[in-house]
Write a protein that binds this ligand. Structure first.
Ligand SMILES: [Mn+2]
Length: 291
């Protein structure tokens, strides 16, 4: 794990005894936070490189008890620090990310990645065996273009790159923006999408769909799935999105599921107390409370 750097601020409730010996001696499920402060292909609102910093900072504003779940936080969580990124070079960054995620998995740590722009999800799933997994993709956008402004690797193409890795299934949730070509591609290839409008009209229906998923699940959350009223500091805000409680209820549908990794991307907060980073920290804690 030589690529980790130390981060002075650790995610809330993470353990401080992150040592190889500790890892070997424990058999419980273990989760590890990795920040990836990279935002080189962002086209609109930059700043996702500050996501890891502000999401960690926001994580300290929550209780160690979850009222809705009536549960104490007991998940074994480590904060592995931030990836050494190479600003402006997606491929080098992605290779380092793949290497670090692989070493986390080898040590039995389920990765939780805080972005950074959405492009980097591809570097994570490259290191995970996703062929048997369902990808749950929360996002305003389909991100299914084969290339964007001539670039194969962009925040706007990340789900197309992940689709090429042949996961068992992709379910997109909260969608409200795509090109006609992306919609046709989704229909042709069986990528399931559920619009924010559909979810607003029948949240319970969406919960049931998530409930019925069998087998391993990788979750990727672009925070712009939330309405800009709840998450204004994202790379590409899009009105007409979910509210915080709707997203929380959908996350609760992941109860008792086998989560093989998840990421929360596109947070570009630049101030303490920003609602976007608070919502991002909340999503991470909600998933961790369920474990
Ligand atoms: Mn998006």
């Amino acid at each position: 794990m030589h690529l980790f750097t130390d981060t002075p601020l650790k995610f809330a409730f993470s353990r401080t005894d992150f040592k190889e010996d500790t890892l070997k001696s424990e058999n419980d499920a273990k989760f590890g936070i990795l920040g990836v402060p990279f935002d080189s292909t962002t086209t609109y609102q930059p700043g996702a490189r500050f996501g890891p910093l502000y999401v960690r900072e926001a994580s300290y504003n929550f209780e160690k008890f979850h009222l809705f779940l009536n549960k104490k936080f007991e998940t074994c969580l480590y904060d592995c620090g931030n990836l050494e990124v190479v600003p402006g070079n997606f491929h080098k960054t992605c290779n380092q990310l793949q290497s670090v995620i692989s070493s986390m998995i080898k040590k039995g740590i389920t990765p939780i990645v805080i972005g950074g722009e959405h492009t980097i999800s591809y570097g994570i799933t490259k290191a995970i065996n996703i062929q048997e997994a369902t990808i749950i993709h929360f996002d305003a956008h389909m991100d299914l273009r084969d290339s964007y402004i001539g670039e194969k690797y962009s925040h706007a193409t990340t789900m197309r790159r992940i689709h090429n890795q042949k996961p068992k299934k992709i379910i997109q949730i909260g969608i409200r923006s795509c090109s006609q070509g992306e919609l046709e591609f989704a229909k042709k290839t069986g990528i399931e999408h559920h619009t924010s409008l559909e979810i607003k009209e029948d949240l319970h229906g969406m919960e049931k769909i998530i409930n019925h998923i069998k087998g391993p699940i990788y979750v990727t959350v672009d925070l712009d799935v939330l309405d800009p009223a709840y998450a204004p500091s994202v790379g590409t805000p899009s009105p007409g999105g979910l509210d915080s409680l709707e997203l929380e209820k959908l996350v609760f549908s992941l109860r008792n599921k086998e989560i093989i990794g998840f990421d929360v991307m596109e947070v570009s907060s630049t101030t303490v107390g920003d609602i976007t980073s608070l919502n991002a920290a909340k999503v991470i804690l909600d998933i961790l409370f369920l474990q």
